[in-house]
Design a protein around this ligand. Structure first.
Ligand code: GLV
Ligand code: MN
Ligand code: MN
Length: 424
């Protein structure tokens, strides 16, 4: 898979940075907690649609032919010299969590466009076409399933499942695609690309701790999301004796503490567990909560440990229900992916590109989910990680990678794509 030419290509880091900062203005908000400007561009909101239109404009300026599929995934294509050759695909997502920074996903999309701009201005042709993809609802925070657009493109989830998902206001993804004008006509199932490479911020502290600018990503750990609904009984806070209560908030609190004790037990390997969403109803000071809704996000690099963690949590929920008369618990799976290892040959091309740019690198497993883990089902795939500041904080307005760090990552992306696509 390695190209015969050792050539490296460097992109215009200032232009890349300007695009990142421009895109961050779309959906920008003043974050009270940090005092910083954050980004709120939940999938298929008006802000996301505006971001998509900006990205399509940049794609067209770079000479890419744009198509939009029935999931709203956007692809910009630069033809190669061989009409029979499958495209080398790059990209990521521009939807964000509600409290985001400027880099998560955007670096991969704008980095891909910057690579194409560079190839265009240098008059470089490739044998394989190059495509830049922008995948819908990677974050999963609006419609509840992450990596959604890429999962449908790769055939793991169906279009009907995705279109039927609803947000907290009951709006369907299919309806929001139509409303925003991104229910495209193109077929959603991707033909097998030649390879897929995604550049992304690390979103963690490992590269900074090791003082290394570039990460070669070996794969993505397993992810399990579930929504738990607890139904109890509303009652007066002052008059209802404790033994007569069926308190949904108490059960929710026990679950929060239990998942942490599972992590601390060490019995599930390198398990991470998060309750990121928790609401109680009717949410009033002097009423015992009748209902609680919560999510549990589990991550594990090891599939067997993940399966056991899920089973043991299910057993805990069942015991909780049977031990408290008047309480019912239901659990709904939102998202579930296994550990996905990336292609070793593509990792080697990335490592070689970093070496040729004089950049030290290290291999690491991704803690976060990425579109690459879905596209990996179709073709040889790997990722490039870019170092973050402030312990790699992400999903937060403090998320930051320096202009130099971003340029390093996209230079490695450029050389990797050029070698995979075959310079002619
Ligand atoms: C994606 O951002 C994830 O939650 O890992
Ligand atoms: Mn991301
Ligand atoms: Mn994210």
């Amino acid at each position: 898979m390695t190209s015969p030419t050792p050539d490296t290509i460097t992109v215009n880091g200032d232009r890349l940075w300007r695009s990142l900062m421009d895109l961050a203005e779309i959906g920008a908000y003043d974050d009270d907690r940090t005092g910083l400007r954050g980004v709120n561009r939940l999938a298929l909101t008006d802000a996301d649609a505006a971001g998509r239109r900006r990205v399509i404009g940049w794609m067209e300026e770079a000479g890419l032919t744009v198509r939009i599929d029935r999931m709203g995934n956007i692809y910009g294509r630069r033809e190669g010299t061989d009409p029979t050759a499958a495209p080398v695909l790059t990209g990521s997502h521009i939807d964000s969590v509600a409290t985001a920074g400027a880099f998560d996903g955007c670096l991969g999309v704008l980095g891909g466009i910057e690579v194409v701009r560079t190839l265009k201005e240098r008059g470089i042709s490739t044998r394989h076409p190059i495509e830049v993809g922008v995948f819908t609802e990677e974050e999963g925070v609006r419609f509840g399933t992450d990596m959604l657009g890429s999962a449908v493109a790769a055939g793991r989830l169906t279009l009907a499942y995705a279109h039927g998902l609803t947000d907290r206001d009951g709006l369907t993804l299919g309806g929001e695609l139509v409303r925003t004008g991104f229910a495209g006509p193109a077929r959603v199932r991707l033909d097998r690309p030649h390879a897929y490479v995604e550049c992304h911020i690390e979103q963690g502290p490992v590269l900074a701790e090791n003082d290394v600018p570039v990460g070669v990503v070996t794969g993505v750990q397993s992810i399990s999301w579930q929504e738990i609904t607890i139904n109890g009984r509303a009652a007066h806070a002052g008059t209802t004796p404790t033994h007569l209560r069926a308190d949904a908030a108490l059960a929710a609190a026990q679950i929060v503490v239990h998942v942490r004790s599972m992590v601390d037990s060490g019995a599930y390997g390198d398990l991470r567990a998060t309750v990121g969403h928790l609401t109680v109803h009717p949410d009033l000071t002097n009423i015992v909560p009748a209902r609680a809704e919560m999510t549990v996000d589990l991550r594990n690099p090891d599939d067997a440990h993940m399966a056991r963690a899920e089973q043991d949590l299910a057993a805990f929920l069942s015991d909780l229900e049977s031990g408290r008369p008047g309480l019912t618990l239901t659990s709904r799976r939102m998202a579930r992916t296994a550990h996905v290892p990336f292609d070793e040959e593509v990792q080697k091309v990335i490592a070689q590109a970093a070496d040729d740019h004089g950049l030290s690198h290290m291999s690491l497993l991704s803690g976060a989910g990425h579109d690459a883990q879905e596209i990996a089902a179709l073709c040889p795939t790997a990722m490039i990680f870019v170092r973050g500041e402030y312990d790699g904080i992400s999903h937060n307005p403090r998320e930051y990678s320096t202009p130099e760090a971003c340029t390093y990552g996209v230079n490695v992306l450029a050389t990797t794509l050029l070698r995979l696509a075959g310079q002619v």
